[in-house]
Design a binder for this molecule. Sequence first.
Ligand SMILES: [Zn+2]
Ligand SMILES: [Zn+2]
Ligand SMILES: [Zn+2]
Length: 177
Amino acid sequence: MEENVCPKCGSPLTDIIETPNGRRLQRCSAGEWDPKTKKTEGCDYIKWLPVEPKVLDEKCPKCGSALVLQFTRFGKKMKKCSAGEWDPNTKKVIGCDFVEWVNGTTEPLDEDCPQCGAKLVLYTTANGKQMKKCSTAGWDKEKRKATGCTYVEWLKKAPQVKEDSGGEEFLPPEPKE
Ligand SMILES: [Zn+2]
Ligand SMILES: [Zn+2]
Ligand SMILES: [Zn+2]
């Protein structure tokens, strides 16, 4: 089969497109995703490309092998042990089964909160979106309520992405298995 030709209509595929979550795809050049109607105009063929796992400079706490950073189909990040492998037939992990989900990172900023004067921190979500928030902010799990200062400022890196959308609003839905 030709690599860069749409299997549905025979048109050439586009260059590789990278999503904000680090996933990669090629789409049929005879189709176009309309973010307003959330529909594809023309041919809707999409080829998702496998994401190469990134080897991290971190060791597995269980077995000492290198950890790799992987993205799930939904753009979530996890660190997993390179000595482990998922077997889709038995639905079991072969080898080391260490996995750590990456939820987001917080970096201290040298900026004061306009509401309370405490320092701000830069929070990067698992989807790669960034916001500045107050370092006194917290979350009370029992009461399910925010605690401390509520100041939040989203950084608009990708204006076409809605802040509450999960980050892939402008892309067509991912294929089902
Ligand atoms: Zn096509
Ligand atoms: Zn391991
Ligand atoms: Zn504050």
